[in-house]
Design a protein around this ligand. Structure first.
Ligand code: ZN
Length: 227
């Protein structure tokens, strides 16, 4: 397996666009991956909890008000209404209330999902946040939370497939992920339907031949598991 380096570099001092708190954000830096799992979770050398932390660092979260986003805070502008909506949603959220003090690594993705909704993010992007949260939970062996985030990712991805006119690679990958996450959740029949849907979207496109192979492999696995 070929090792790859992924990541972004950014300023480590940021100001929260919602509450104005200035803080030092955890530096994302770069990290090496040695391939990906079948739901695209990066395999990172070293302890799984270190990998979870590296994935978690893709999100910046304000320690004062919990505003969170995958983008650099420096480039963010929120309208008055968006800011108000973010504040209300963060304040009313039950999981944040319970987990804010010990801040498990998945919490940043949960907060980013809440803030993304308030800012009118695409369902595709909300699904991606939940997917990444599920990777972090798996690396942290938080099985019930992993399933919760997989289910939320599936719902966002299905809404995206219905409403957001996805095309090309994004369409194929999203349909595949609905299948793969359903398989991981134990819904094998549902998974098989979605692998078929995903396969229909890739037909004849050599650029996604790798995805066709992955779909075939996971379809066989789901068939065995469904039997
Ligand atoms: Zn803040």
């Amino acid at each position: 397996m070929r090792a790859r380096t992924v990541g972004r570099s950014g300023p480590s001092h940021v100001t929260c666009p919602v509450c104005g708190y200035a803080f030092r954000a955890s530096h994302v830096g770069t990290y090496v991956t040695i391939g990906r799992e079948s739901d695209f979770c990066p395999k990172i050398p070293g302890r799984p909890s270190d990998g979870a932390r590296l994935i978690r660092n893709g999100i910046t979260m304000c320690p004062a008000c919990s505003f969170a986003a995958g983008e650099d805070f420096g480039g963010l502008y929120l309208s008055f209404d968006e800011r108000y909506d973010v504040e209300v949603r963060l304040e009313e959220d039950g999981l944040l209330r319970v987990f804010r003090s010990n801040s498990p690594p998945w919490l940043a993705f949960h907060a980013a999902e809440i803030c993304g909704k308030a800012r009118g993010a695409r369902s595709r992007d909300l699904g991606d946040l939940c997917l990444r949260a599920s990777w972090v939970c798996r690396k942290e062996r938080e099985r019930p939370f992993e399933s919760t985030f997989q289910l939320r990712a599936v719902r966002h991805f299905i809404r995206s497939l219905q409403d957001e006119n996805l095309v090309g690679r994004e369409l194929s990958v999203t349909a595949y992920l609905v299948g793969e996450l359903n398989r991981r959740l134990g819904n094998h029949r549902e998974a098989l339907n979605w692998y078929v849907n995903a396969g229909r979207t890739t037909e004849g496109d050599p650029r996604v031949a790798w995805l066709d192979r992955l779909i075939d492999k996971q379809k066989k696995l789901a068939e065995e598991q469904a039997a």
